[in-house]
Design a protein around this ligand. Structure first.
Ligand SMILES: Cc1ncc(COP(=O)(O)O)c(C=O)c1O
Length: 388
């Protein structure tokens, strides 16, 4: 166990879970081709947005008949415009096992006030019983719970002959996990996660069935302009060709193009997924050799390869109050931040005390390996303070 300060440092201390590390080798030069000062509706501006859409389709292998749009408000914007636009037509099932799923449940029950909604919940570190879902209902769920490090292992539980819509917030899963497109009617994500891009915009992907719902159903509540995906009962096709609802950031779009070109060089989504799985394996090897740390998700089958959540299982720490455990973990994160070896690795504010390491594709496994001795070091320092 490491008690002296390690000699080697990660070159890149960005191990936070969003915004996530830029791709290896990124510099501001990546933005040199930006259409600055130009209208997003000019031929050039629109071509940049369409390039993001086209490269996204190709790198993710999204079916040709699915629409892909760039929308305001990052992933949250994409999720909420869909919830507000399609829900209310059928009963709704929401699966929630950490902060973001719980937010969507609050939207459904507290804001949209749908009384025919069921919420399936589980504690941090676990998945709810997905077999309870009724696919004649609309179903809302995250693919990866970023704040608990728990992901859905596969799409086998989703009915291919469903009559409701499956609405999946996949922001920390897309480009790192297998996404069964044909089982999902709505998929959302943001560039700021696995791609290491910028926030600000959300990606909204719609199956033909989702489009059919949008065109055949009008909710009883008003929709603000930034949520409107249809006009006179028809999908606004332009949104899915680069004519965004309102003004986007062409700087963020340029950065997304850079991230997508890097993705192509890595072998598309499959290549990025491999990088992320390798990061999870490296962390699992280290965790298994350490008596003081364990995964928040006990079941390896549901462990996230992006937002990798750990807790301190040392008995001396376990004996502390939750508040003191939190302070202990924040102490580890704080020491590593001060040393400049790891930023933003404390667990999410509403999650159990712990650490969260981003294992998405932009993080190099070798950087994580340089971080591990520092985690051991910081743990030892914090433990010695307990004993003092
Ligand atoms: C699962 C999940 N959903 C939604 C969000 C919100 O994303 P954004 O801030 O890009 O809107 C996050 C952010 O971490 C997330 O992890």
């Amino acid at each position: 166990m490491q008690s002296d300060k390690p000699l080697e440092r990660p070159d890149n201390p960005n191990f936070g879970s969003g915004p996530c590390s830029k791709r290896p080798g990124w510099t501001v030069e990546a933005l040199a081709g930006v259409a600055h000062g130009r209208s997003h509706r000019s031929k050039l501006g629109k071509s940049k947005l369409a390039e993001v859409i086209d490269r996204s389709r190709a790198t993710l292998g999204i079916p040709d008949d699915y629409r892909i749009g760039i929308v305001p408000g990052s992933d949250t914007g994409a999720v909420e415009m869909v919830l507000w636009s399609v829900l209310g037509a059928r009963p709704v099932d929401v699966c929630a096992w950490e902060a973001f799923g719980s937010e969507w449940a609050k939207d459904v029950v507290g804001q949209l006030k749908l009384d025919n909604a069921r919420i399936f919940e589980a504690d941090y570190g676990e998945l709810p019983d997905l077999s309870q879902v009724d696919f004649s209902h609309d179903v809302v769920f995250p693919w990866n719970g970023t704040t608990s490090g728990v992901r859905i292992p596969n799409g086998d539980w989703i009915d291919s002959n469903r009559t409701g819509l499956t609405i999946c917030d996949a922001t920390s899963a897309v480009y790192a996990m297998e996404i069964p497109w044909e089982k999902l009617d709505v998929v959302t994500y943001s560039w700021q996660k696995v791609l290491g891009g910028e926030a600000a915009h959300g990606m909204l992907i719609l199956s033909p069935r989702a489009v059919e719902r949008l065109e055949s159903y009008e909710p009883s509540w008003p929709l603000p302009k930034v949520f409107r995906l249809t006009k006179n009962g028809a999908l606004i096709e332009g949104i899915f060709q680069g004519s965004t609802i309102n003004t986007p950031s062409l700087l963020c779009a340029e950065d997304a193009i850079d991230a997508l070109k890097w993705t192509e060089a890595q072998g598309n989504a499959a290549g990025l997924k491999k990088r992320s799985e390798a990061n999870l394996r490296a962390i699992a090897t280290w965790v298994n050799e350490r008596p003081w740390v364990e995964f928040l998700a006990r079941d390896p089958a549901i462990r996230s390869c992006t937002s990798i959540c750990l807790c301190v299982c040392d008995p001396a720490v376990g004996a502390l109050s939750k508040e003191s455990q939190n302070a202990f973990c924040k102490g580890i994160a704080g020491l590593l931040d001060e040393e400049g070896v790891a930023y933003d690795i404390a667990s999410y504010r509403a999650a159990p005390p712990g650490l969260r390491l981003w294992g998405g594709a932009t993080v190099e496994t070798s950087e994580l390996e340089r971080l591990f001795p520092w985690l051991d070091w910081a743990f030892q320092i914090m433990k010695s303070r307990l004993q003092a």
